[in-house]
Design a protein around this ligand. Structure first.
Ligand code: ADP
Ligand code: MG
Length: 946
């Protein structure tokens, strides 16, 4: 009460803020006569003068009054519209980077020309964001007249344009387009291979029209560009699988026989060598053999004895004698798997050469020493040897992983198969870990074994939420008729203040209280009755529904009454706008979903004012008050007559699901009869409470999405920055040199040891590692190695690598090589980033299902996501350098073709229409006690399922 009084005396905070702007409006108004006195050319000349002032360092705020006066005068001369004073206020608020709440019909389109012009004078581009292509085009044409008159350029971005057209539109001073187009262009730009192909410039200043729709409703789902998954290795797993099964069958048979032999010996001679040797064979051939494990369990001490014998034979280098009989050997605790000669012959028969990984070091040494070869031939030979080595290694690797899958990994112990997926079981807790994958191909091997394929038809190539996209703008502003109810969200997520701008004319629309019926059928009957009655009078009616379904239902009922009506459910925005624009004509009845035709001006027909203006009927409360206000706002624009009423029933989703006990008890108290509506303030209050609850819940969902995206957003920034750097034209050579140095140090560290003399380092392993990473043979003769420290070794590798690198550069020509470096970095970054996105998707999906005790899944996601990212960065370095050292003269046209092919295959998606449905259910049914799919870690019934 007191608060109310105070407000009356001193005005609300909003009023006080607005009042501060009136003096600026006075200033603009005072300039009007001067403007009117100017010729067209003189008026236009102002643009150049302003630009000069900006160049001289005059801040935009100082130019604002005159610039606004110029735009207003230009508008009068070209469109015969003179910005109302409240539109000037709106324009100032927009310039300040805030949200201007201006009711429908107040002329937001025109108001936006003021800050758009002023900020475009900087030459850094202004984006005006609309909800659909039709409005982007309409507003460009409509407002473009003013801008062009003043010498500015305007562009439009719409669906289906090519890059050249986009570039031109973005290069204009002011660019109109939808949020989706701006967002996808951003993602696409960051997949480009040359800076010239990028279409966007800066994210300087954006004015978002219908800002609640875009920054809140559409922000529920991220923008995603996806493309088909390339899985070339999968085939190799499938090809190898039968071979490994064959191997397993033979080994099993063998082990069975050996076991019988071992048992016999045990009985005859006890745990002596005669029995231990066959048992060791089993340990090495099938460490998880059930009979063997039972035996070990029954005879304490046997395990120790076996290990001792194994150790002994190993130092005497006699293990091969034990292994000889086996097809493959599995050293479980060292995670080593080897095929024996026998095994190789069994599965590869005559082709076993293909599978024996050649000794690369030896091969390279031979080529090096062959004096008959020219340097060019040597290079070709080297590459051939490496290719052979690589292929054989890969085949071998796959075989090994499959062997592990068959020998060491058991279904329902280490993993389970559920819904066609292999899910890891945590060995300590026994909990399932959906989303986690074993690395290095092991997971694929287990999938091949189980005959399941992760059905990954499409994978994310790039993604961003609107929240993170729009936060990139240096200055962001918005306008809409309905923002106030969502002010806290705008503030928290976008740091945007909402200012409510007074209307030009006082609002006189009559908003009746809600009427509420027991059943939906009664409600619709009442709606039809009201429509019929008003229609008879000739008063136009606009009926809002919450879904296309409901629109059609109502239309069917109306069809029986012979009331002529339009149903608006077309997906075509232009057609939609045409129909809605007519909704204010005498006798028109228009049925549409709440959001359809947004942004279209409804002008009243002749004589309609006297009939009471446009009447709005709401057939259900939306879950958000804001959307209801949108519908209401279609009527009573610019001081027009108008009215509105909402019809509800107890069967409506909102009341049913969220109304709760309170609603029922109110109903009971008021006494509700069949067919008899009630109308009471208490009900409206209860409904509003229900709406608040849902609004808060939806805000939570969006916040949640954002929290997860924030993790990736940081990573995306790093990657995109790296890409941009690569594209900037600066030489990448210093970066690559740095990578080479790091890799040299890493390699040196794993082979050199302070405590050991260099002669005793594993030089062969070192040479192999160097040639794998850098593709050249490291000189390790005694003279070079003598007295070398680990740091010295790192230096040696680095120096030799740089020398090889410089040779490469010379053979390509320095300038061309810079281009090659760029291409390689981009390709490697893109590939690994894509893989990383996939892994992050898996992680996110899985994490919500994991059910952590006390741990916050978001924290787990952050931590694991960070580890994965760090890992990826390391791989970027290793692969980039590896690539560069192996490269032959690259053909740019090949890369261009590759990029083009990739672009043609991608899909663009955004949850779009889904977001407009009032109550959203996830497609898959979630059990009440199951973990909530939102990833909160709570039970579904305690979280989103509440
Ligand atoms: P909003 O987006 O705020 O709902 P619009 O920009 O669609 O409103 O404008 C509504 C109508 O008002 C349009 O027909 C427009 O021509 C008209 N209008 C806007 N500003 C003025 C003005 N200053 N003088 C005359 N008509 C105006
Ligand atoms: Mg508008």
């Amino acid at each position: 009460m007191i608060a109310h009084l105070l407000k009356k005396v001193f005005g609300s905070k909003n009023e006080r803020e607005i009042n501060k702007l009136w003096p600026i409006v006075d200033e603009i108004n005072a300039l009007e006569p001067n403007m009117q006195a100017l010729s067209d050319d003189q008026l236009k000349g102002k643009t150049e003068a302003f630009r000069q002032q900006i160049a001289d360092g005059v801040p935009l705020d100082e130019l604002l009054p005159e610039a606004f006066a110029v735009v207003r005068e230009a508008s009068v001369r070209t469109l015969s519209m003179r910005h109302f004073d409240v539109q000037l206020i709106g324009g100032i608020v927009l310039h300040q980077g805030k949200i201007a709440e201006m009711k429908t019909g107040e002329g937001k389109t025109l108001a936006a020309t003021l800050p758009a012009y002023l900020n475009a004078l900087t030459g850094r581009g202004v984006h005006v964001v609309t909800v659909n292509d039709y409005l982007a085009r309409r507003d460009t044409e409509w407002m473009g007249v003013i801008y062009r008159f003043l010498g500015l350029t305007v562009g439009t971005i719409v669906h289906g344009m090519d890059d050249a057209q986009r570039q031109a539109a973005y290069n204009a001073d002011i660019t109109y387009g939808t949020n989706n187009e701006f967002g996808f262009d951003y993602l696409r730009d960051n997949m480009k291979f040359s800076p010239e192909a990028m279409v966007q410039r800066e994210f300087h200043y954006a004015i978002v029209d219908e800002v609640d729709s875009i920054l809140i409703d559409e922000a529920r789902t991220p923008l995603i560009i996806s493309g088909p998954v390339e899985q070339t290795t999968d085939q190799l797993y499938d090809e190898t699988k039968p071979k490994v099964i064959k191997l397993k069958t033979h080994q099993d048979r063998l082990i069975h026989a050996v076991f019988d032999e071992a048992l016999e010996k045990l009985e005859q001679e006890g745990e002596g060598d005669a029995a231990l040797e066959p048992l060791l064979k089993i340990k090495r051939g099938d460490p998880k053999n059930a009979r063997f494990l039972d035996l070990i369990a029954q005879r304490p001490g046997l395990k120790k004895k076996l290990e001792r014998l194994e150790g002994q034979l190993s130092t005497q280098k006699l293990l091969p004698q034990i292994d000889e009989d086996l097809f493959c050997v599995i050293e479980e605790n060292q995670n080593i798997v080897e095929l024996t000669e026998k095994g190789l012959k069994l599965i590869y028969g005559g082709h076993s050469d293909d599978y024996i990984v050649p000794d690369l070091d030896e091969a390279l040494g031979k080529i090096e020493d062959d004096d008959a070869l020219t340097p060019m031939e040597k290079r070709v030979q080297r590459q051939k040897a490496e290719a052979v080595h690589r292929e054989a290694s890969e085949r071998f690797h796959v075989t090994r992983q499959l062997i592990k899958a068959y020998w060491l990994f058991n279904k329902d112990v280490q993993y389970v198969v559920k819904d066609g997926q292999v899910i890891i079981v945590d060995e300590f807790t026994g909990r399932m870990m959906p989303g986690r994958r074993w690395s290095d191909g092991l997971h694929q091997a287990v999938e091949a074994k189980e005959g399941v394929k992760v059905a990954e038809e499409n994978q994310t190539l790039a993604t961003v939420t609107f929240q993170n996209f729009f936060r990139m703008y240096e200055k962001l502003a918005g306008m809409t008729g309905t923002a106030d109810t969502e002010a806290p969200e705008f503030k928290k997520i976008y740091d945007l203040d909402v200012m409510v701008i007074p209307t030009n004319e006082p609002m006189i629309r009559l908003d009746h209280s809600d009427v509420i019926y027991k059943t939906e059928a009664e409600k619709f009957r009442a709606v039809v009755e009201e429509i019929t009655e008003l229609h008879r009078k000739g008063q136009p009616v606009l009926v809002g529904t919450i879904s296309i379904d409901k629109s059609e239902k109502l239309a069917r009922m109306l069809a029986k009454t012979k009331v002529k009506h339009e149903v608006l459910n077309a997906k075509n925005h232009e057609r939609e706008a045409e129909i809605v624009a007519q909704a204010g004509q005498r006798g028109h009845v228009t049925i549409s979903t709440n959001m359809a035709g947004r942004g279209t001006d409804i002008v009243l027909g002749e004589g309609v004012k006297d009939l009471g203006g446009l009447h709005i009927i709401g057939t259900e409360r939306h879950e958000s008050r804001r959307v209801d206000n949108q519908l209401r706002g279609r009527s009573g624009r610019q001081g027009d007559e108008g009215s509105s009423r909402f019809y509800l029933s107890l069967e409506d989703d909102l009341l049913r699901i969220f109304g709760g006990e309170r609603m029922s008890s109110i109903m009971e108290r008021l006494g509700m009869e069949e067919g008899e509506p009630i109308e009471h303030r208490m009900i409206s209050k209860a409904i509003e409470n229900a709406q608040r609850k849902v609004e808060a819940h939806n805000f939570d969902i969006r916040k949640h999405l954002l929290e997860y995206d924030d993790v990736m957003n940081k990573q995306r920034e790093v990657i995109y920055r790296q890409r941009r750097e690569a594209l900037s034209g600066e030489s990448l050579r210093p970066t690559i040199e740095e990578m080479i140095r790091e890799l040299s140090e890493k390699t040196a560290k794993s082979f050199a040891d302070e405590e050991v003399f260099p002669e005793e380092w594993d030089l062969k392993g070192l040479r192999n590692a160097v040639s794998r990473q850098f593709g050249f043979r490291l000189n390790t003769d005694r003279h070079t190695m003598d007295g070398l420290t680990p740091a010295g070794l790192a230096e040696l590798i680095f120096e030799s690598a740089m020398k090889a690198y410089e040779d490469k550069e010379v053979s390509f020509g320095a300038e061309q090589f810079r281009g090659v470096e760029r291409m390689v970095v981009l390709q490697v970054v893109d590939n690994l980033w894509k893989e990383h996105l996939l892994a992050m998707d898996h992680l996110k999906e899985g994490i919500g299902l994991r059910g952590y005790g006390q741990q916050d899944p978001l924290v787990v996601y952050k931590r694991e996501g960070f580890d994965m990212f760090a890992d990826m960065i390391e791989r970027v370095k290793a692969e980039t350098v590896g690539f560069l050292f192996r490269l032959q003269i690259a053909r740019p046209e090949e890369i261009a073709a590759k990029e083009k092919a990739r672009q043609e295959k991608v899909t663009y998606s955004h949850g779009g229409d889904e977001a407009k449905a009032p109550v959203r259910r996830s497609k898959k049914k979630v059990g009440r006690n199951a973990p909530c799919p939102c990833g909160s870690g709570k039970k579904y019934k305690k979280c989103c399922g509440r």
